[in-house]
Design a protein around this ligand. Structure first.
Ligand code: SF4
Length: 159
């Protein structure tokens, strides 16, 4: 079983109110091999919503209280992001998922790059909050850009 960012499989849960459609990932959900989740919606944020970025570090720093998640208007949404991350971890544990495919560059779901907290489009290497919590709890995190490198995912796809 896999956890997948809901916005990768057609759910319109992004901050702009849109989503993406990766047919190969959507088929995994339709086959009952993946659970779609949106940590920001699970954390109580609306759709659409103001864009958020991590200020002062990356997702691991947010987990450890050294950084915050802030909207482009300066509102602190750290608590909602933490709630969402815990909800996704709970969903992973309940479904038995040990691998997640999460949307790259999101302040929740990014696992290689995130935005740098200046709302200028600059990116830095780092994890979002949910990707960091799942990783810390032993769940492997890939993105829509690199999941094909994972043999275990390949096996789940071809089962
Ligand atoms: Fe939700 Fe993650 Fe997609 Fe953002 S990237 S809309 S938090 S699933």
């Amino acid at each position: 079983m896999l956890i997948i960012s809901a916005c990768l499989v057609g759910e319109k849960c992004r901050y702009l109110g849109d989503g993406f459609d990766y047919p190969a990932l959507r088929k995994l959900v339709e086959a009952g091999k993946a659970v779609p989740v949106c940590p920001e919606v699970l954390g109580g944020l609306p759709v659409p919503r103001d864009p958020n970025e991590i200020v002062g570090g990356n997702g691991f720093d947010v987990l450890d209280g050294r950084a915050k998640v802030i909207t482009n208007r300066g509102v602190d949404k750290t608590a909602a992001f933490m709630r969402g991350a815990v909800e996704v971890l709970d969903a992973a544990r309940k479904s038995g998922a040990r691998i997640a495919i999460l949307k790259e560059r999101s302040p929740s779901c990014g696992s290689t790059m995130i935005y740098d907290g200046t709302f200028t489009g600059r990116k830095i290497c780092g994890y979002g909050c949910t990707a960091a919590l799942l990783t810390r709890e032993g769940i492997q995190v890939y993105s829509e850009e690199n999941y094909k490198k994972c043999k275990e995912i390949e096996n789940i796809c071809s089962d």
